[in-house]
Design a protein around this ligand. Structure first.
Ligand SMILES: Cc1ncc(COP(=O)(O)O)c(C=O)c1O
Length: 397
């Protein structure tokens, strides 16, 4: 009889957000008239920027004309989009990235999940704890459960995972971090680059929230660090920077010089990823890429930048609320997440906020054992709802 991949049974039972959804449904059954304030799942709420929606719909309508119709696109993505990304996200900021090193995709979740296919099964993988659960689950699915080394981000180290003494082969870094909102400083990131070069390791830098970094002292890209082109690749997404969670567009930057061991020689990661993507992925639709291109227009940058600024204002409001009450707070400055230490079981805190204030958060323990005692607030809400949440919590805390 056909056998299932045995590693799927090594995954934890339910995905975090499934449990949250169940608890919210139960609450709604008991309190049908009570409006909920959702600050749990990290999904955006503002509609698409007008210039982006216009480009999206114009491209879709053009597809219905003989001149405007497009079939399969270039596998790496349309060159105009890759050029705009290389210029605006990197070169204008003094970072050397060539358009040919950019691979357009339909989301960073897919990219960070699929990338591990390029590496040998028995490599040692470093994953921060707490962090975005996809890094861990994708490696468990691939049979690396016993090869995962958790790198703790704790109150003691200010939620910043630092290089361990042991040599690892592959390390995931997420900055600004989901869920803690912590951002790696230039020196901290440089210590990871130094570690990777010394150990011939590869760093996977997930910068899905790069747009939220406003402090010019903090690195938005790992390629701002000398040496990173020889030991790192970077993931970026338009999901949270331009409201693309439902539209779906992201990209991965793979430097041409990046090489890893392959039998007795070395191989370019660019060649491996190009082979993987051109074999198993057929690109992002033209209307979506046209919408993404509009994000990089002057108007698109202005409109999407205002949305990011509004989410950051929400984050500041939430962080200040907890700080004023004496709580330990991380994130919220250069990140859309506010990570609050409550010193009680995370699910107990979740239940309390839901049942007494109708506020939905995410229990920190859902992101790893080190998240126990914390909850994550997502700033992806309207300012009005954030104010309502703050008012509802005032009576509780
Ligand atoms: C750290 C991190 N990386 C990647 C993603 C996935 O982004 P996308 O919507 O592009 O798949 C998320 C989404 O929440 C995230 O938090």
């Amino acid at each position: 009889m056909i056998q299932a991949n045995p590693h799927y049974s090594e995954l934890s039972d339910t995905y975090l957000f499934v449990t949250i959804a169940r608890k919210v449904e139960e609450f709604k059954k008991v309190n049908p008239d009570r409006p909920l304030i959702r600050m749990g799942i990290g999904d955006v709420v503002f509609p698409l920027a007008p210039s982006v929606a216009r480009a999206f719909s114009e491209a879709a309508l053009a597809m219905a004309t003989p001149e405007g119709f497009r079939g399969y696109g270039p596998e790496q993505g349309y060159s105009e989009l890759r050029e705009a990304i290389a210029r605006i996200d990197y070169r204008d900021k003094g970072v050397d990235v060539d358009p040919s090193e950019i691979f357009i995709s339909d989301g960073s979740k897919c990219d960070v999940g699929h990338i591990q296919e390029l590496f040998a099964p028995e490599i040692h993988v470093g994953i921060p704890d707490p962090v975005y659960p996809v890094y861990r689950d994708s490696n468990i699915m691939a049979g690396r459960k016993d090869f995962i080394h958790l790198i703790p981000a704790t109150r003691q180290n200010g939620m910043v995972p630092l290089p361990p003494s042991e040599p690892l082969d592959l390390v995931y870094l997420c900055s600004p971090n989901n869920p803690t909102g912590a951002v790696l400083s230039r020196d901290q990131l440089a210590s990871w680059v130094e570690y990777a070069l010394r150990n011939k390791a590869l760093l996977l830098f997930d910068a899905a929230y790069a747009a939220y970094i406003q402090d010019s002292e903090l690195p938005r890209s790992i390629f701002e660090i000398p040496g990173a082109r020889d030991c790192a690749l970077e993931f970026r997404s338009l999901s949270k920077s331009a409201g693309f969670t439902g539209v779906r567009c992201a990209y991965t930057v793979v430097p041409k010089e990046l090489r890893i061991a392959s039998q007795d020689s070395t191989v370019r990661v660019w060649d491996l990823w190009n082979r993987r993507q051109s074999t198993l992925f057929n690109g992002v639709s033209w209307p979506v890429q046209a919408a993404a291109l509009a994000v990089y227009s002057e108007q698109g940058q202005h409109e999407t930048g205002s949305q990011v600024a509004a989410y950051l204002e929400n984050a500041r409001m939430l962080a200040n609320f907890f700080r004023d009450r004496g709580y330990e707070v991380y994130g919220g400055d250069n990140a859309p997440y506010v990570w609050v230490y409550l010193g009680r079981d995370s699910w107990e805190a979740f239940d309390l906020f839901l049942n007494k204030a109708a506020v939905v958060v995410t229990p920190g323990s859902g992101f790893g054992d080190q998240g126990q005692g914390f909850v994550r607030f997502s700033a992806f809400q309207t300012p009005e709802k954030v104010q309502q949440a703050v008012d509802a919590l005032k009576d509780l805390l």
